[in-house]
Structures are given as C-alpha cells and as structure tokens.
Design a protein around this ligand. Structure first.
Ligand code: FAD
Length: 321
C-alpha cells in the first residue's frame, strides 16, 4: 500500500488551497491511502472538506500552540504521524508555513526536501519523478526520488485541486503528541494590501526598472484596477524603493500563476521569470526588441510604456463603456 501524508494548511478559518493541491498531487501518484494533517481552531468542517477533496484519513490538531500556528509543534506533530503511518511521500506547499516546516521535517526524518515542485508523476519503475525549476529558473530539472520518505513542497497553484465528492467518507482523529516549542511567533503583522492579493489575482500587471520611477506605478494600479487584477514588480523596482518588497515577483519574491501576466519595463531575467513562468498568458511591453522577456511572452508590444499604457487604458475604457 502506498501512503501519502499531506501537510495541510488552513486559510482564514477554511481549508487552504495548499491542502487541496497536496491531496490532488497524492492522487496523481495513485497513492492508495492519503492522510492529511491540519491544525487550527474549529477545524471539524475543514477535516470533512479534506475527505470530500480526496483524503482517506485526517489528523487534526484543534488546540495548543500548533493550532495557533506555531511551527515547532506543527513539525513535532507531522513527525509523529510520519513515524506512525510511514508514508512513501510527504507533501507540503511552498507557502510561508511550508518554507519553514518542510525542510525541518525532512531533516528530522533523515531525508531531504525537494522544494518548489511544479509537477509529479511515476515512471515505469514506479519511482516518483518531480519537476522543479533550477539554475534560477533557467531550466526545469526532472528528479527521480529514491529515498523514503520523499518530502516535497509544491509550488502553489501548479497542481489543480480535484472537485469535492460529498459521498466520500474517511477517518478523522485528533493527534496526541508532545509539545516542544523552541522558537515562538511573538507577533504576526498582516501585510496591508488593498484589493486582490498578488498571489490570488487572475491578472497581474507588473512593472520594472524601465518604468523609471514610483509615479509610473499609479498607471499600473489604474490598469490593474480596470482588469480586476493586482500589481507586481521586479526586484529592481522594489530595491529602488518604488514599491514595497511585498510586490516582488521572482526567485526571491512571490510566485504567481495568473491567467494573464503583463510585464512592463521588465527585461525578463531568469530570476524574475522563476516567479511568473506559470502564467497562462504572458504579455510583454518593452522598448527593446532584444529584451529576453519577448522570448518568454505570448504577446509582445515593442514600445515606450509611457505611450503604450495610456493608450491601452483608453481602449479598455472605451470597451467597458
Ligand atoms: C540571487 C538573485 C535573486 C534574484 N531574485 C529576483 C526576483 O525575485 N525578482 C526579480 O525581478 N529579480 C530578481 N533578481 C534580479 C534579476 O537578476 C534582475 O536584475 C531584475 O529582475 C531586473 O529587473 P528589471 O527587469 O526591472 O530591470 P532591467 O533588467 O534593468 O530591465 C528594465 C527593462 O525595461 C525596459 N525599458 C526601459 N525603459 C522603458 C520604457 N520607457 N518603456 C518600456 N520598456 C522600457 C528595458 O529595455 C529593459 O528591458 C535576482 C538576482 C539574483 C542574483
């Protein structure tokens, strides 16, 4: 029997996308038993949702530090479950929680983490093969995972969640484990964001150094507003202080997977593309026709953003009215 353990996540009191995507990933591998761990207050409904989404078994933590999101105890609990059920694979997500929990869990289990996986499958020998970006996103590596358990973190939105099947049933059990907190979260500061968050937006309008200054981002904000999207930026624009670093897309910023990504005044460095190459359609606006971004883009406009963007906004207003 091939077992999978999904390190689930809650989001605003509901089962988060990371959990649905993790369960779907385990199902892609045809694991015969999919267990999920979730922590948080009042999680009965979420546990049931996890079963409807494809889990066979849900381990819950409804009180104590782990339920409040303390990473140390999330690791203690997941380690205990992993030892108990001996899964072939442990699946987390490349979220704030996953970035902390997954490498430490892998270390404690004496194995390694394959982070930022975009797809996974089995080969003819039934080995788990994962695909992840490497060399700053310049190439995708296919990695055959040989040790056990395999511990991976999924790039958010790279795997489609399955539909809910309300006829499914499964076991839901509260876990007992020994709490041991060595690092404590002393304060959580909510990132202030108006409108749709960058990572959830179906349209992202991103600006780079080519915009020349912070004022230009007002035009991008206007464009994003019309398209119902969010504004992102390259690291160069963030480092210049034109927009907060929370806007940064890329290897050391956020990973986005929108339907439409409009890159304006961005050259298309591999470290930037690592964060947006999953976009369904990429449009580039750049005055240099040799810019790398045109190799990546489905549609390109060669021109000065100062002319292109106002005309684009005007056209959109005409279409809407
Ligand atoms: C370890 C590491 C991690 C990194 N992580 C990230 C990351 O997470 N995200 C990230 O973005 N970068 C990252 N970088 C930096 C990355 O290598 C690039 O330096 C950065 O992406 C460049 O930003 P840019 O495209 O805005 O600027 P540039 O490369 O300077 O490009 C500006 C572009 O604007 C165009 N332009 C100029 N004027 C106009 C105009 N008027 N109209 C239209 N187009 C115009 C130019 O032709 C040019 O193509 C990282 C680098 C390293 C080494």
């Amino acid at each position: 029997m091939t077992k999978a353990l999904v390190i689930g996540e809650m989001l605003n009191g509901e089962l988060g996308a990371a959990t649905f995507e993790g369960i779907a990933a385990a199902r892609i591998l045809d694991c015969s038993n999919v267990a999920v761990m979730i922590a948080g207050a009042s999680i009965e409904l979420a546990a049931e949702q996890a079963i409807f989404a494809g889990a066979d078994q849900v381990f819950t933590i409804s009180q104590g530090p782990a339920a409040d999101g303390e990473f140390d105890d999330l690791i203690n609990a997941s380690y205990k479950i992993a030892k108990e059920i001996e899964p072939e694979i442990i699946i987390g997500s490349k979220t704030i929680i996953g970035r902390d929990v997954m490498p430490r869990l892998a270390f404690r289990l004496g194995t390694i983490l394959v982070p930022d996986c975009m797809s996974l499958e089995r080969d003819a020998e039934q080995r788990i093969i994962v695909t992840r970006p490497t060399y700053g996103g310049n190439v995708n590596a296919r990695i055959a995972c040989v040790g056990q358990p395999v511990v991976i973190s999924l790039r958010p939105k790279s795997i489609d969640a399955m539909g809910l099947d309300q006829s499914r049933s499964g076991a839901i059990n509260e876990i007992e484990f020994t709490s041991n907190i060595r690092t404590r979260i002393i304060e959580k500061i909510e990132e202030k964001s108006e409108g749709i968050s960058l990572q959830d937006a179906k349209t992202v309008v991103a600006g780079g150094r080519g915009l020349g200054g912070p004022e230009a981002f007002d035009s991008l904000q206007e464009l994003a507003g019309i398209l119902g999207g969010a504004v992102g930026a390259s690291r160069a624009a963030c480092d210049a202080g034109w927009v907060p670093s929370s806007f940064q897309v890329g290897l050391t910023g956020k990973t986005v997977s929108p339907d439409l990504y409009i890159a304006i005044g961005i050259s298309g460095a591999s470290q930037h593309m690592a964060g947006c190459s999953n976009a369904k359609t990429l449009v580039a606006i750049n005055k240099d026709e040799g810019a790398n971004i045109f190799k990546e883009a489905r549609f390109g406009v060669k021109g000065d953003w100062e002319k292109v963007i106002p005309a684009f906004i005007e056209q959109l207003h005409e279409l809407i009215n």
